[in-house]
Design a protein around this ligand. Structure first.
Ligand SMILES: *Cc1c(COP(=O)(O)O)cnc(C)c1O
Length: 404
């Protein structure tokens, strides 16, 4: 019998398709599931009903989770409010900050053109109801320049919102410098840190408010957190009213198992983050090396140096990205950008914000590597992508106008 090549062997052992969309969501870490199970299968009390031991047990578990989340960003547990995810945290913090500061007469918001849609939509709504919204452009690397940000902030600015890590191109914004520009003019600095927390060191002293999503760091979906520096807490108007849970900031019964899972995910990330990042960096380099070796024409969108280890966003000239994803979909699960933009068939607003043009935006794909990614998967994925690019470039494929 013929000797099988290493690549064939690994493809026999690796289940397909290979998941490479870790910026859209991350799989639940089995260790997290393990910690959640007792709270899903056993009797669990309402964590707000502490007149009995069931409730006390639940409440204690939730508070441990709050400490784990706080520890990961260097905050205190009282500064963490549970939400359903980063979208809700963005809404609570940004809308709540404006509602809570109406009496100050300050009514302007500053954000960037490469933000997540949830922040841009909130900004658009605020803009429609009388808030002066200024959108700072990012440079060709995808970074917000501190001086450019400073120029947009004045004494009417209530809040500046700049994401910590971009969900499409993975670039890491210089948060401390940006926050400094906001604070020196008396504005609050919020960051959507959904892609940063658990991937890179995030320090709560670098911002006044932050949004976190559990499902981006190998925790369960449907839970997240809003961080608010203690001194600002009373200045945020809640979105949800009711039983007054979470210190009145977010009413509603907490989902104990999700809180526990989110906390466990933060604890694991705290311990493993650095080691995992260097592992992913090696895999990413290996992936790029294969593309180069095989002569694939490509360019990276956004700064490669200032980027989280688990992300690439690659432009393949002359290759329609949607066609590429379709062609390779039985082997690799990739996307063109954010989960929401993918549905709409619109070119990525982030790539356009970098000034890359519609055509390049339509010929770019996002590749996300994560905790379950193996060296064998990298070989198979690079091979599949190389073949798909070659096939599409050869036939000069263009999707019909209708679909573009
Ligand atoms: C995923 C994501 C969100 C939305 O988070 P949910 O928890 O899914 O609501 C917001 N911002 C960024 C940058 C994200 O990556």
């Amino acid at each position: 019998m013929l000797q099988r090549s290493a690549q064939e062997r690994s493809s026999l052992e690796t289940p397909l398709p290979i998941y490479l969309d870790f910026q859209a969501t991350t799989p639940l870490d089995p260790r997290v599931l393990e910690r959640m199970l007792p709270f899903l299968s056993g009797p669990v009390g309402n964590p707000h009903s502490t007149s009995h031991l069931h409730g006390v047990t639940a409440s204690k578990a939730v508070e441990v989770a709050r400490e784990q989340i706080a520890a990961l960003i260097g905050a205190t547990p009282e500064e963490i409010v549970f939400t359903s995810g980063a979208t809700e945290a963005n809404n609570l913090l940004i809308r709540g900050a404006f509602q809570g500061s109406e009496s100050t007469g300050k009514r302007s918001m500053v954000t960037s053109s490469a933000e997540h849609k949830s922040v841009l939509e909130i900004a658009a709504r605020l803009g429609a109801s009388g808030t002066n919204v200024r959108t700072v452009s990012v440079n060709s690397e995808g970074l917000v320049e501190p001086d450019r940000l400073a120029a947009a902030i004045d004494d009417t600015t209530t809040l500046v919102s700049i994401m910590a890590v971009n969900n499409e191109i993975g670039v890491i914004q210089p948060l401390a410098e940006l926050a400094d520009k906001a604070r020196s003019k008396g504005a609050w600095f919020h960051t959507d840190a959904a892609q940063a927390v658990g991937k890179v060191r995030v320090d709560a002293t670098d911002f006044d408010m932050a949004s976190i999503a559990s499902h981006k760091l190998y925790g369960p979906s449907g839970i997240g957190a809003a961080f608010t520096a203690r001194r600002l807490r009373k200045r945020i108007e809640p979105l949800l009213f009711g039983g007054g849970q979470e210190g009145g900031m977010r009413s509603g019964t907490l989902p104990v198992a999700l809180c526990v899972g989110f906390g466990a995910a933060c604890e694991i990330a705290f311990v493993e983050m650095e080691k995992e990042a260097s592992r992913l960096l090696q895999l990413r380099d290996q992936f790029l090396a294969i593309l180069r070796e095989r002569g694939v024409a490509f360019e990276i969108n956004g700064s490669l140096a200032r980027r989280i280890a688990g992300n690439l966003n690659i432009y393949f000239p002359g290759v329609d990205a949607e066609a590429l994803l379709m062609r390779a979909r039985n082997i690799i699960s990739l996307s063109t950008g954010s989960a929401c933009t993918a549905e709409s068939l619109e070119p990525s607003h982030v790539l356009l914000a970098l000034g890359l043009g519609t055509e390049r935006a339509e010929e770019s794909v996002r590749i996300g590597f994560g905790r379950s990614t193996t060296a064998a998967e990298i070989l198979i994925a690079a091979d599949a992508l190389t073949k798909a690019v070659a096939a599409l470039a050869k036939v000069g494929y263009k999707a019909p106008d209708m679909e573009r």
